[in-house]
Design a protein around this ligand. Structure first.
Ligand code: ADP
Ligand code: MG
Length: 608
């Protein structure tokens, strides 16, 4: 029954079950406690039929002569003594009823409580491991999966596994044991009648298997559509202003409705399959009962059983209905859990960022070299960088300029080891970054990106972030001063300890940027990278920050990516990138003289 309920085993399914079971291994103790509980429960159910037999057989005033369990036990204890069968029954039956109820109650409690223990531990563990995976995933993982889809995986999919493990596994264990117990009892009472009954089980198994296959298909679709729903909702929340300004609500409403509608229709299909399977199974069971009664009332079979045994047999058969129904009804839950578990395992299996290289760096001087680097983003059809070679000496300040989409940020991503170039090599102090421990590598870089994310935490925690946690208040304040941010932070209600909104909500673009600059300055790494870091600042703050940067970049290798060329004039060298290739290189005056792309960009800016 357990196997049939598991649905439609595809070849890969056994691996999936094995893996789910492996998840249970650390919880083995609670699992077996739960199993023990349900064994008691199932015993309680079986003994109820047995009690009926004892009661009925006592009614005709005969001393119970064995046959049933209880009859055998009482027979054993009362052997030889003289007593009225009915008097005995009056003592034994009520006591047995109470004892059985207690047995079942105890079993039910132990079974379900300990199973919850197993499930909750397992879910917690899976969820944390999934999150961990995400923290270590390579850069293209985030390109392939949208934020909404990833969130849905951590929340919805993990919840589905919870459902499967808590409710489905609980029911599966409990009712399978009940079925096993009842069938054994029926075999013991009259094996021929029992075989008649068992003749319908292949039909039930067939229904359950068919339905299971449908359940799995719909569950996968429901799960994917939940990701889609979350995705559209998430992006609409982020872009609520744009949706209004561009009158795009209608369009977004349709996209959302489509995604939700797909989810609805697939859920309904699942519900339909679910609702059909139960009555079909019930009808099959009822037919089996009818056949049994027909057989049982034949004189030669009837003669071989006491009325008590016959009733007990029928009671056991009727009692089978409920567990079979329940087992088939947890199918959808179980299949949803399996579909989710499959997806979660896929996530867990995906490689983390390659950390093959374990070379230690210490603190580098800051020589950077791009050697014939070519790179195409996964799934992109155009290379973002084509055969780029560039040397930056320690302590040098190099400006990278060029139209947007030229590949400037991509160079930085490769240097930070977020992606690996398909051709060529990126070196830091002469060491290929692919051989360097990623933690060591990133400790060398302080990066301020185009739109630096802030966490929903205090200003202090946003600056003294990660490895910097524990920095003194004075160090943080100095970093803020250098980034021209001290003044506005002082104005905040709790100063340094004001909690920021989600992703820095409530701050202007320039303010966010200055906090990010302060964070990078506090890190005091040998290589400083500013990727359009001052783009969101007004002219005055930009100039202030520029001045500061000139002071703090002394002795550091600095890579400044800038849109506004006025900010790159002081760089030791300017490198011009266009469509993934370096087209010009030189000092500002040299490039203006040369009259190439840089000169044209500069001219245009002067006119503006
Ligand atoms: N995550 C990504 N996935 C696919 N393509 C990308 C990704 N990021 C950037 N690109 C593409 O790579 C090229 C270079 O981008 P980028 O380095 O960000 O340019 P920029 O010079 O403006 O910083 C662009 O054509 C861009 O569309
Ligand atoms: Mg960029």
């Amino acid at each position: 029954m357990a196997e049939a309920t598991a649905g439609a085993p595809k070849p890969g399914d056994w691996a999936l079950y094995r893996r789910l079971l492996a998840q249970l291994a650390p919880q083995a103790r609670y699992f077996f406690l739960s199993l023990g509980g349900y064994a008691l429960y199932s015993l309680g159910v079986v003994l109820l039929a047995d009690l009926m037999q004892f009661l009925l057989d006592s009614l005709d005033g005969e001393q119970p002569a064995g046959g049933g369990l209880l009859s055998s036990i009482t027979h054993y204890f009362t052997q030889g003594s003289d007593y009225e069968a009915l008097d005995l029954a009056r003592t034994v039956v009520p006591a047995a009823i109470v004892l059985l109820a207690l047995l079942r109650a105890l079993g039910y409690f132990g079974g379900s409580y300990f199973m919850n223990h197993v499930a909750r531990n397992m879910i917690h563990d899976l969820r944390c491991r999934l999150f961990d995976r995400m923290l270590l995933a390579p850069g293209d993982y985030f390109d392939r999966n949208s934020q909404g889809v990833l969130l849905a995986k951590i929340t919805y999919n993990v919840e589905q596994v919870t459902g499967a493990v808590t409710r489905a596994l609980r029911t599966l264990l409990r009712e399978t044991l009940v079925v096993a117990g009842l069938l054994s009892y029926m075999l013991y009472l009259n094996w021929r009648l029992c075989l008649v009954f068992l003749a319908v089980t292949p039909l039930i198994a067939l229904v359950v298997t068919r339905v299971g296959r449908l359940f799995r298909r719909y569950s996968e679709r429901i799960q994917d559509s939940m990701g889609e729903v979350a995705q559209i909702a998430g992006e609409s929340i982020n872009a609520w202003r744009e949706l209004r300004l561009y009158g795009a609500q209608q369009q977004q409403r349709r996209r959302f409705a489509d995604a939700s509608e797909y989810n609805r229709s697939q859920s309904l299909k699942l519900a339909k399959a679910d609702a059909i399977s139960t009555p079909v199974i019930q009808t099959l069971l009822a037919s089996a009962m009818a056949v049994i009664v027909w057989f049982a009332l034949q004189p030669d079979i009837l003669g071989a059983m006491t009325p008590g045994a016959l009733v007990a047999f029928l009671v056991a058969a009727v009692q089978l209905g409920k567990p079979v129904r329940q087992l088939s009804s947890i199918q959808s839950l179980f299949q949803r859990g399996l579909a989710a578990a499959e997806d979660i395992f896929r996530q867990l299996d995906q490689a983390s960022e390659q950390r093959a290289g374990g070379a230690k760096l210490g603190r580098v001087k800051g020589d950077i070299e791009f050697r014939h680097v070519s790179f195409t983003y996964p799934g992109a059809d155009q290379p973002a960088l084509r055969d780029v070679s560039l040397r930056i000496d320690a302590g040098e300040t190099v400006a990278l300029v060029g139209p947007s989409g030229a590949g400037k940020s991509t160079l930085v991503q490769l240097l930070a080891g977020f992606y690996r170039p398909q051709g060529g090599d990126v070196l830091l102090d002469g060491q290929s970054v692919s051989t360097v421990d990623l933690i060591e590598l990133r400790a060398q870089l302080a990066l301020v990106a185009q739109r630096p994310p802030l966490l929903r935490d205090t200003v202090y925690n946003n600056i003294a972030f990660g490895e910097l946690a524990g920095a003194t208040e004075q160090a943080v304040t100095e970093a803020l001063q250098m980034a021209d941010a001290a003044a506005f932070v002082e104005q905040l209600p709790q100063g340094l300890y004001t909690r920021l909104g989600a992703d820095g909500d409530g701050l202007s673009g320039g303010q966010r940027q200055r906090l990010a600059i302060a964070r990078a300055l506090l890190k005091d790494a040998p290589v400083l990278i500013l990727d359009e870091a001052t783009a969101a600042l007004d002219n005055e703050s930009e100039r202030a920050v520029q001045e500061v940067l000139q002071r703090v970049t002394a002795g550091k290798t600095t890579l400044v990516i800038a849109h506004r060329l006025s900010t790159v004039v002081q760089a030791d060298r300017v490198v011009v990138l266009d469509r993934g290739a370096i087209v010009e290189e030189g000092t500002h005056p040299q490039l203006v003289q040369a009259g190439g792309l840089y000169a044209r960009l500069y001219q245009r800016e002067l006119v503006d």
